[in-house]
Design a protein around this ligand. Structure first.
Ligand code: ADP
Length: 456
């Protein structure tokens, strides 16, 4: 079902219910007022007629009826009976047998001094009357409120017609209002359907910039910008990656071409093969890095797998690094011994944590003359914090922002071997683990990379 129809139906149902309750309340109140008013006037009629009958017992009943019918205030004929102490009809204006009464009713009137009740279509009022000789009478008056009931019927008919008309109007206006309030959404829909992947710079109209739809359009535009950015990043990543791969491949090709130009001695062939091996190693390193970068883009669930002790991993890296690169020196220190072993334990994939700190330690050793990395571990109740510092070449101030971008290498690092993807891998992994990585550095003095990871 379309939202427009849904809104219109809901709107109509709510209004119809409110109107129905309102109409019923008005009808019941009117019915109540009519009855009250009628009882009051019946009581007055009862007393006036009783007074006349008792004072003038010889009054002609026919005359009384004629007076009754012709009195302007009397719009209905009331039958009045006056009873003496022994429940005998003492006076009456209409034939007594057409009037309903029972000894119980008379006793009740004597007891309560005033009674209102109803019998069939008629309303009955009973009251006490004392004549000049202090004689007590029970006066009973009965009448049907034909006029009042007719009025009530009219009110009911008017209400039913009004109710049906109002519901019909509500249905029409509901459809109209739902349509007009959903119009901006349909317009937005059309605009969105025109946006294609190659056209992400297109933006939605944000209208008055105030209402919820404007906020939706603004957020949608922001999402488009983010998509556009990541599309651009993807494009530049692919071109950077192919450029990085092409350079060693081109070097390999020209080395082979030069070697094949003439006959070479076995020694010369050996040298060419050695150089090819080193290029090949660089290619392997690069493709491994690219693979890791792609892996670190995977789902968060893939990186959260096991409890990993950060200090143990750091000691392992220290051992491996110093074993494979005897020139490199790695120092590890606890800034303060953690209170709880969990404070240095993170929930992650071990290889990813190894990649992060392996890269940072490798860089610290690589970009410093003394090839030394100082690692410090500390922890608080929320995070485990590891800093890797060196006293090497440092990072120029205006380039510090860029070192986490894929393939970015600072100007002062060009004579060192590298591909510029290690730090971007670190950055992505740390981000996926809800941590933070930052760097403080000064050219010629050294750098310090700080990794903050939430522990278990
Ligand atoms: P790579 O070291 O392979 O070039 P990285 O992504 O690890 O790639 O680092 C990116 C760049 O950041 C490096 O090329 C270098 O310019 C700079 N950099 C990283 N670590 C350091 C460091 N410890 N000292 C100075 N510069 C660094």
């Amino acid at each position: 079902m379309q939202i427009r129809t849904k809104i219109a139906i809901q709107f109509t149902l709510i209004v119809a219910l409110i109107l129905a309750l309102f109409s019923i309340a008005i009808y019941l109140l009117s019915a109540n007022y009519r009855q009250k008013e009628f009882y009051n006037s019946l009581r007055d009629r009862a007393l006036t007629t009783a007074r006349l009958l008792i004072k003038e017992p010889q009054i002609d009943r026919q005359l009384l009826k004629v007076i009754d019918r012709n009195t302007l205030t009397t719009l209905y004929p009331a039958q009045v009976l006056v009873f003496n102490d022994s429940n005998q009809v003492a006076y009456y204006n209409y034939e007594a047998d057409t009037v309903y009464y029972s000894p119980e009713l008379l006793n009740r009137i004597r007891e309560n001094r005033y009674v209102e009740t109803a019998f069939s279509d008629k309303e009955v009022v009973g009251t006490m009357y004392q004549d000049t000789l202090s004689q007590n009478f029970v006066v009973l008056a009965q009448a049907e409120d034909v006029y009042g009931k007719q009025k009530l019927e009219n009110i009911k008919d008017t209400m039913i017609v009004g109710y049906l008309g109002a519901v019909l109007l509500t249905i029409l206006s509901g459809f109209f209002f739902a349509g007009s309030s959903l119009k901006p959404i349909s317009e937005m829909n059309e605009e969105i359907s025109r946006i294609t992947a190659s056209d992400l710079r297109r933006k939605l109209d944000t209208g008055n910039n105030k209402d919820e739809l404007a906020t939706l359009a603004v957020n949608f535009n922001k999402m488009l910008s983010r998509l556009d950015q990541s599309f651009e990043l993807q494009k530049s990543f692919v071109s950077n990656a192919s450029h990085e791969l092409r350079t060693p491949l081109a070097a390999v090709k020209s080395e082979i071409q030069v070697a094949l130009q003439k006959e070479r001695t076995p020694e010369e062939y050996k040298n060419v093969l050695k150089s090819l091996l080193s290029d090949n190693q660089r290619l392997i390193q690069l493709t491994n890095g690219l693979l890791q970068l792609a892996k670190s883009e995977n789902n968060k669930e893939d990186v959260l797998t096991e409890n990993v002790r950060i200090d143990e991993i750091l000691f392992k890296i220290q051992e491996d690094t110093m074993h494979s690169q005897p020139k490199f020196q790695v120092n590890i220190d606890y800034e303060d011994i953690p209170e709880d072993i969990n404070w240095v334990t993170v929930f992650a994939k071990q290889t990813l944590i190894q990649t992060v700190f392996g890269n940072l330690i490798d860089n610290a050793c690589k970009y410093s003359d003394n090839h030394r990395a100082d690692v410090r571990i500390k922890a608080n109740k929320d995070n485990c914090i590891v800093s890797v510092s060196d006293t090497g070449i440092g990072i120029p101030h205006d380039e510090i922002e860029n070192v986490f971008q894929p393939f970015y290498r600072t100007k002062n690092a060009t004579q060192y071997k590298g591909s510029g993807i290690g730090l971007s891998i670190c950055h992505r992994i740390v981000k996926m683990l809800d941590g933070k990585i930052s760097v403080k550095s000064e050219v010629g003095k050294g750098s310090m990379f700080i990794v903050v990871l939430p522990h278990v």
